[in-house]
Design a protein around this ligand. Structure first.
Ligand SMILES: Cc1cc2nc3c(=O)[nH]c(=O)nc-3n(C[C@H](O)[C@H](O)[C@H](O)COP(=O)(O)OP(=O)(O)OC[C@H]3O[C@@H](n4cnc5c(N)ncnc54)[C@H](O)[C@@H]3O)c2cc1C
Length: 552
């Protein structure tokens, strides 16, 4: 069963923010409790400035040939397509130190126009960067500093519902369709995709496929690769048109080769998706467990016991502490609640779980009842639906919090991986230790929070959030972040985790990829890229480039 109605306030008249998340005038303020928690651990920060691009001079673009479609060389348009949304992107955008802008933004609206751009790219040796929503957190859409003329191809022209096969539950949509537009089109007809990454309001179908994205409800709905039944890809040397099929034994599955190809093998233009009828209800219940080990054991018991949950998320003790500090804050009930929990065996090491179920009211109720039974031996205390309702209401607003912290001078970044259940403890410890080292000389240890989500029968994803004082010098801020990122990538690989469970490889993880694929596997991927893009014009800086670009 699908998902109950999700709406977004995103509309055409909202203006995208250039140097932060989301839309101008919207936000999610950091509470005084969170700021106090961070200041206590890291010391007082220095506010990080904000740069006004309006009066700034952009470097003149390279002279380009006719690209065969609407093309803009307007400075603000180039700046708006210059960076993704990782920490260094925000530093560069906020400080006016973006090292490279695309020379033009091309906007093809159909296959013929897209082919014209790629033909010009082949002929003139251009670098072409496909752009979906620009929410990459791996440097995937950033023009490399050492590249020939760069054209960013905004795929917004490939938007909307093209076909709905209600008998098969298959919907074909353009790759540039954003999350809210996709759900609005489907929900108007009683269907849903149910793919809700936290970046849902801005990211696009093509970006999800290109990066092998996972939505927050992947446990019930599947990851994007489970939802894609067929797709079209236009490459500089040809086109793949892979029909929607329920399953096939006709050799290796080329769809799986396109999933995660990050614009290196071609431009995804449309996809046929497995959609479901909208559900009657969605419930998310909050549960406390005494500590991380019981929480991990309870999570594993739930998925290996086949309890049909839609969502499962377990915060470690630090993340729970922050949630409780922010949530309970100075409430006069806080001591009472803590006392009551202590009586139930829940103390300082408590970990918060969110468990979600959807479908008919009866199905959701039965599922949560089964979850109660399975988790009871692990010492759970059920808190009801209140915290879950808040989480659901705010989940797409959380990314704004990063900008609020930036304003006062705290940097924050997230990274994620996945590992078999037997490796969870080691990875949690190894990556936690690597990240918790001070971010620079004279700095305090870095506070690290973690949650477990996207569980599978054989393993799970771990998602880390860390905080540091952001130096006012943008190069130093990026250099410190880069050092933490290198340490984390090394630690993840040393502990047997994957470089990414859902953010992808982009430019920032690429030097570490050969260790995961093996040299022969990496060479196979290079050969595929060579076949589809012989002149290396599409995203040559991502996925298969070993250059360390963390500090660009
Ligand atoms: C606050 C925040 C929260 C996030 N939460 C999640 C999450 O919960 N789950 C998750 O999976 N990810 C998450 N991400 C990461 C990001 O949103 C995903 O990687 C997303 O899939 C990118 O989609 P996009 O349309 O923005 O792609 P872009 O950022 O525009 O592009 C990403 C990469 O794909 C390529 N590309 C884009 N469109 C196409 C196309 N049509 N054809 C070929 N290549 C293309 C680009 O060149 C680039 O290399 C988050 C990011 C942020 C900033």
């Amino acid at each position: 069963m699908g998902h109950s109605k999700i709406t977004s306030s995103a509309s055409a008249d909202r203006q995208l923010r250039l140097d932060g998340w989301g839309f101008v005038g919207e936000g999610f303020a950091a509470s005084s409790e969170l700021l106090a928690w961070l200041t206590e651990r890291l010391g007082r920060p220095q506010p990080f400035g904000s740069f006004d691009p309006a009066g700034a001079e952009a470097p003149a673009p390279a002279t380009l040939p006719d690209l065969g479609c609407a093309t803009s060389i307007e400075s603000l348009d180039r700046l708006a397509h210059a960076r993704g949304r990782g920490f260094p992107d925000l530093v560069r955008l906020r400080s006016g130190t973006v090292p490279r802008l695309p020379d033009a933004v091309a906007r093809p609206v159909d296959d013929r126009e897209l082919e014209a751009v790629l033909t010009a790219g082949n002929r003139e040796g251009l670098r072409i960067i496909p752009w979906g929503g620009g929410t990459s957190v791996t440097g995937g859409v950033n023009p490399p500093t050492d590249a020939a003329p760069v054209v960013t191809v905004d795929l917004a022209g490939f938007s909307g519902l093209e076909h709905l096969d209600e008998v098969s539950g298959l919907a074909t949509l353009g790759a540039g369709t954003t999350g809210p537009a996709l759900e609005a089109a489907l929900q108007a007809k009683g269907w849903t995709l149910g793919h809700f990454p936290q970046s849902w309001e801005l990211s696009t179908l093509g970006g999800w496929i290109a990066t092998r994205s996972a939505g927050q409800e992947s446990l019930g709905m599947g990851r994007i690769e489970d939802l894609v039944a067929g797709l079209d890809l236009t490459a500089p040397a040809g086109r793949l048109s892979l029909p929607a099929l329920p399953a096939s034994a006709a050799g290796p599955d080329l769809r799986q080769l396109v999933l995660g190809s990050e614009g290196r093998f071609g431009v995804i233009t449309r996809a046929a998706l497995r959609v479901r009828p909208l559900a009657d209800c969605q419930r998310v219940e909050a549960v406390l467990v005494p500590d991380w080990a019981s929480g991990v054991a309870a999570s594993r018991a739930l998925v290996q016991g086949d309890v049909p949950l839609q969502l499962l998320r377990l915060s470690d003790a630090s993340e729970t502490q922050v949630a409780m500090t922010v949530g309970l804050g100075r409430s006069r009930f806080a001591p009472l609640v803590r006392g009551w929990l202590k009586l139930r065996g829940i103390g300082d090491q408590a970990c918060l779980m969110l468990l979600g179920a959807s479908g008919s009211h009866r199905h959701a109720e039965t599922t949560l009842e089964a979850a109660r039974t399975v988790t009871r031996p692990h010492g759970t205390v059920w808190l009801g639906a209140g915290p879950g309702r808040h989480w659901l209401a705010d989940r797409f607003r959380h990314p704004y919090l990063r900008d609020g912290l930036f304003d006062v001078g705290f940097g924050t970044e997230t990274l994620e991986t996945a590992v078999p259940w037997s490796g969870v403890d080691r990875l949690y410890r190894t990556v936690g230790e690597a990240l918790s080292q001070p971010s620079g000389d004279g700095e305090a240890p870095t506070p690290v929070l973690c949650h477990l989500s996207h569980p599978y029968r054989d393993g799970v994803s771990l998602y880390f959030t860390f905080f540091f004082r952001c130096p006012q010098d943008p190069d130093l801020a990026v250099a410190r972040w880069a050092e933490m990122k290198r340490r984390a990538n090394d630690a993840i690989q040393a502990a047997g985790g994957t470089l990414s469970h859902h953010h992808g490889i982009g430019a920032w993880h690429a030097p570490w990829l050969p260790q995961e694929t093996g040299d022969d596997g990496w060479r196979v991927l290079r050969q595929v890229a060579k076949e589809l893009d012989p002149h290396g014009i599409l995203n040559p800086h991502v996925l298969l480039d070993r250059t360390d670009r963390l500090e660009e």
